[in-house]
Design a protein around this ligand. Structure first.
Ligand code: IPT
Length: 971
């Protein structure tokens, strides 16, 4: 049976050879973006191709915007987006696809501009169409193609007419190409990148190749520009160069690096008079001494995996969005991008050249779904598919070859192994020996220059860092990167700082790429942001598609703020021994190439979280890798207060292309004077009458021992302070089935920690205290927590609760949290002010970015809007916190020791039950959790769970809080 073009394994027919992309040229061009006529059919062959003929009446058709995905236009009238991770959303029978194959016919009628030259050739260029297209111009079939995130061009010169050119494009959602495009993302058909008509004065599609290498030993750069039109001249005025095509020149230059993205503007002039601007960045990448070196220096990747995503437009991502992504990356100290898992829009790489990012450019290739059949019939292991694979490799390399930012070519993602991959690697090496090759999925590393892994635990990474790993001899010599780690799904990822310490300790570990940059939550009419299953898919992978460092609207999540701190390129440490007269701070330059002269350092002396004095700090310029011990000034003489800290900041000294002067790059804090112990409130005598016990400012229920009021604050009926160990499991708590670590989110629920009961054992007055003893335990289990609440007060309005917890039974699971929770009327809880870690959320293994200070936030803004609601919003190391209402009335809480502070306008149970943010509706009570401890976050939604030191073991504990009412009764 011969298969139709969309099912044939062939990459297509009729296109011209691939070539590099460039943003502009002097040759005429015409954008064909905009509104096109559009007709959607349920199958590939529902309609004949008469629509492609001139004169066809498409006035009854709808319209669609190109670039765009049809499923994201038309308010559901054009089908829906669908999300699967590894599964193919159709029966796996390569290369066949279902009969139900949504097919979009696109029509565009255009006139040539008057200025369009009569001579020469022209091409129609498609930058990206998912997943297969057949193209006609003026009724003539041009050909067909697959390879969604790759460009395709057709020669059309002879077919063009001045007016009413009819460009017809038939796009099939499913094709043999779909088997090669099983990336973990939404399935989004359509012409999602630009379409243009480009005049070719020389009669051919002009290509050129910029070779710009740098020799760090002599500071010389060598430029050689090859062009397909031999008579071309190449000039770089700034370097005084005017060369023939192919002629090399060696001159002193400033090298290109991600830290110093120095580009030289050049121009190619062809014999036919076309001028094409280009930018040369001089750099040399090599594998040397078992390390990836750029310009002779090993580099450390502080990277992210970036999918192209926009909550409204899907993968039709505009230039503004690309730039915004890169500015956000640079401002968060990110220095590298893996273009997971396909070549990005070509303009993105121009921006990487310009702003300075190292890039792993990955081919549009993933066949992950074959894993479920032990990789049987895997296209990369079947020579019939090799032409399609080579076509993809070639389209990527030819398109992107002139970008200095691209250091490595990646063959693809999650394809298993096979001869097709080897063929790709061979072709790439032959065509471009100036770069390295990456592929993660082949443990032998036969075809790669770097040992790359995803999600290994810390201890394994350390073993590799020490060259103590086992495996093929070749692999044991290679540099190591984590092409994916730190799974940023929901709350997290945890453990980033622990990875970074390893990267910085072992040369072989050249960093990694957090998975991933942005949550792919699509705008949804009912849910705000929708995820898998929200668009009626019969097969889907839920919110696994929301695992980014940015929320879908590109607001940074706490994970990105944490990552920025973890990867800061300057380390500022002090032992903060409290002897502030002798404080020094150790500054280390963690850049690979630049010294510190682009940074301005300041110190600030903070008493009880408030800055009382600041000044500039002189730090020597320090070459990369160097450290200096810098003396801090004498602390201000008049500084009063119990606790003091130094904060040292490194900020941009001048404006850069990616952030203004004053932008914070790195910081460190050290103790100048430690915190004093907060004494419990004592001295007030409890007074019992018939129903109540009064103790200082507080009134309790005499029978139950429950707190009823504190000064003017009435505690809601179900809101008395009591022990709480439950948190709404995070995606990382729930874990992934393929991870070996215990999945505590599931085990906690199985153990009943979400439904513990409080058995009251005793309410007693004892030595000036109200003592309540209880046992907190779930049904069907012998596990329990014997809990003693000891209330004391003084006569000035302070009330102390001291909690002692003793685990009973055989606890084999950690606790989610350990602390108390209570409710107060929301009229007292509009604003939170605290002295402790901030300004953002933190957990035991996501707390690097929490800076000690005095912070304020509306209570509503304390919550982090994870697309799937889950535990969030804790603030670390809180000494005291105040919750206040509009008139200043409220509650003050002081902890001994410091505590984790959380406040939200719904209960943990409501948070746990919610599927989307829209399920959470503020009530009349503000629910407050004061935690002595929290379990770590980890990365187990795809990778390892929290490290042992971040586990919250069930163990005896004592902690206390002192409360006072604010406002009318004062404090
Ligand atoms: C890994 C994939 O490479 C990536 O595309 C994404 O799916 C990520 O996981 C999880 O979000 S594959 C995984 C099964 C290790």
């Amino acid at each position: 049976m011969s298969l139709p073009y969309f099912e044939s394994v062939s990459p297509g027919s009729g296109t011209v050879p691939p070539r590099s992309w460039y943003a502009t040229s002097s040759a005429a061009s015409l954008s064909l973006n905009g509104s096109w006529r559009f007709r959607l059919s349920p199958t590939a062959e529902a309609e004949d191709d008469s629509f492609a003929r001139p004169g066809y009446d498409a006035s009854g058709w709808g319209e669609i915007t190109v670039p765009g995905h049809w499923v994201l236009q038309g308010d559901g009238a054009h089908g829906s987006p669908a999300y699967t991770n590894v599964n193919y959303p159709f029966p796996v029978d390569p290369p066949r696809v279902p009969t139900e194959n949504p097919t979009g016919d696109h029509l565009r009628v255009f006139d040539l501009p008057d200025t369009w030259p009569a001579d020469g050739e022209s091409v129609i260029r498609f930058e990206g169409v998912e997943s297969c297209a057949k193209v006609w111009l003026n009724g003539t079939e041009l050909g067909d193609f697959k390879g969604s995130r790759l460009p395709h061009e057709f020669s059309v010169g002879g077919l063009l007419q001045e007016h009413d050119n009819v460009l017809a494009v038939r796009v099939h959602q499913w094709s043999s190409g779909s088997y090669l495009e099983d990336q973990d993302q939404w399935w989004l058909p359509g012409i999602f990148r630009e379409v243009s008509l480009l005049h070719r004065p020389d009669g051919a599609a002009a290509d050129f190749r910029v070779h710009a290498s740098y020799d760090h030993r002599d500071g010389l750069g060598t430029l050689r520009v090859e062009t397909t039109t031999p008579a071309a001249r190449v000039s770089v005025p700034e370097l005084g160069l005017d060369l023939a095509s192919g002629e090399p020149a060696t001159v002193p230059v400033q090298p290109w690096t991600a830290e110093t993205p120095r580009l030289y503007d050049g121009e190619i002039r062809t014999a036919a008079g076309e001028t094409i601007p280009f930018r040369a960045g001089f750099r040399t990448v090599a594998l040397e001494d078992g390390l990836i070196k750029v310009n002779g220096t090993p580099v450390l990747f502080r990277g992210v995996n970036r999918h192209e995503f926009h909550p409204e437009h899907g993968r039709a991502v505009g230039l503004d969005t690309m730039r915004r992504d890169l500015l956000l990356m640079k401002r968060h100290n990110v220095n590298a991008v893996r273009t997971s898992h396909y070549p990005p829009h070509p303009a993105f790489l121009d921006l990487c050249d310009e702003l300075g990012l190292w890039v792993i450019d990955e081919c549009d290739l993933e066949t992950h779904g074959f894993v479920f059949d032990d990789w049987r019939r895997n296209p990369v292991d079947d020579e019939r598919w090799t032409p399609a694979l080579l076509d993809r490799a070639r389209r990527m390399v030819e398109r992107d070859k002139n970008h200095p930012s691209v250091l490595l070519w990646s063959l693809g993602n999650e394809c298993g192994t096979g001869a097709g991959l080897t063929a790709m690697a061979r072709w790439i090496r032959d065509r471009d020996p100036s770069r390295l090759v990456h592929y993660e999925g082949d443990p032998s590393c036969a075809d790669t220059d770097v040992y790359s892994r995803m999600y290994p635990p810390h201890d394994e990474v350390e073993t590799i860092g020490r060259y103590e790993d086992e495996g093929p001899a070749k692999r044991r010599q290679l540099p190591f990167i984590l092409c994916e780690y730190g799974h940023a799904m929901g709350n997290g990822p945890g453990g980033l700082a622990d990875y970074q310490r390893l990267f910085e300790a072992h040369d072989r570990l050249q960093g990694g790429f957090v998975w991933e940059w942005i949550d792919h939550g699509l705008n949804h009419p009912g849910y705000g942001f929708g995820y898998g299953g929200d668009f009626g898919e019969e097969l889907h992978d839920g919110n696994f598609v929301c695992d980014g460092l940015l929320f879908p609207d590109r607001t940074p999540s706490p994970g990105l703020v944490e990552y920025k701190k973890v990867i800061e390129p300057v380390r500022i440490h002090g032992d903060g021994n409290g002897d502030s007269s002798a404080d020094t701070v150790r500054v280390t330059n963690g850049h690979d190439f630049t010294d510190l002269t682009h940074l301005a350092f300041t110190w600030s002396y903070e008493v009880d979280g408030e800055s009382v004095a600041t000044g500039p700090l002189t730090v020597p310029p320090l070459a990369p890798g160097q450290s200096a011990e810098v003396k801090l000034p004498a602390p201000p003489a008049d500084a009063r207060g119990s606790e003091a800290a130094w904060t040292v900041r490194a900020e941009l000294a001048e404006d850069t292309a990616w952030a203004p002067a004053g932008h914070l790059v790195a910081w460190g804090q050290l103790t100048a004077a430690p915190r004093a112990v907060t004494a419990a409130a004592t001295g007030a005598a409890p007074v019992r009458d018939r129903d109540t016990i009064t103790l200082g400012p507080a009134v309790f229920d005499a029978r139950t021992g429950a707190l009823r009021s504190l000064g003017p604050i009435q505690v809601p009926a179900d809101g008395e302070p009591r022990l709480d160990v439950w948190r709404a499991p995070t995606d990382n708590d729930d874990g992934a089935p393929w991870q070996p670590d215990a999945r505590y989110g599931l085990l906690w629920r199985e153990a009943g920690l979400h439904r513990v009961r409080h058995r009251r054992d005793q309410v007693a007055l004892d030595d000036g205290a109200l003592v309540v003893r209880s046992r907190v335990a779930p049904a069907a289990s012998q596990l329990g927590l014997a809990t003693e609440y000891r209330w004391t007060a003084d006569d000035s309005g302070r009330l102390t609760l001291s909690v002692t917890v003793t685990p009973e039974g055989d606890w084999r699971i950690p606790l989610p949290r350990l602390g108390i929770r209570f409710g107060i009327p929301s009229t007292y809880g509009e604003t939170a002010t605290w002295f402790g870690g901030g300004p953002g959320e933190a957990y035991p293994d996501t707390r690097a970015a929490a800076r000690l200070g005095r912070w304020q936030s509306p209570v509503d803004a304390l919550q982090t809007p994870y697309v799937r609601p889950q535990e969030n919003g804790a603030r670390a190391d809180v000494r005291w916190a105040e919750l206040t209402g509009p008139d200043g009335g409220g509650l003050r809480i002081t902890g001994e020791p410091e505590f984790w502070f959380t406040a939200r306008r719904w209960t943990t149970e409501q948070l746990d039950a919610a599927g989307h943010g829209t399920d959470l509706v503020p009530g009349d009570t503000v629910w407050v959790n004061l935690d002595h401890a929290q379990h770590g976050i980890g990365s187990q939604s795809c990778g390892p769970g929290p490290l042992p030191q971040y586990r919250l073991e069930a163990a005896p504990a004592t902690f206390s809080f002192t409360f006072s009412a604010l406002g009318r009764i004062g404090h």
